[in-house]
Ligand binder design. Structure first.
Ligand SMILES: [Zn+2]
Length: 98
């Protein structure tokens, strides 16, 4: 069976990391809104990358293809760094967070 884990992308703020309010990954304003950016299959895990993004940025990204492109690049870069930091031999998936 596949293990499903969630990884959240957000702008680093003073807020507690486990809270439901985080900084928008695009503009750093505080938001509770998220999008499911993508699912990545990694070893026997499915990692769901969830990005905090405020309503304003979400609308902007929908209409502005250039911004959207830059934003996707930023997310993808984060994801590839993240996957690099998860060593395949690590038995406990909770051992790899930010
Ligand atoms: Zn925003």
């Amino acid at each position: 069976m596949k293990i499903l884990m969630n990884v959240y992308l957000f702008y680093d703020t003073h807020l507690p990391e486990k809270g439901w309010l985080q900084g928008c990954y695009q503009c750093d304003s505080i938001t509770s809104r998220t999008i499911n950016y993508k699912n990545v299959n990694y070893n026997d895990k499915t990692i769901k990358f969830i990005v905090y993004i405020c309503n304003t940025c979400k609308k902007k990204l929908k209409t502005d293809t250039e911004k959207n492109f830059i934003f996707s690049n930023k997310c993808d870069r984060y994801i590839s760094e993240y996957l690099k930091s998860c060593r395949p031999e690590t038995p406990d998936p909770s051992g790899c967070f930010f």
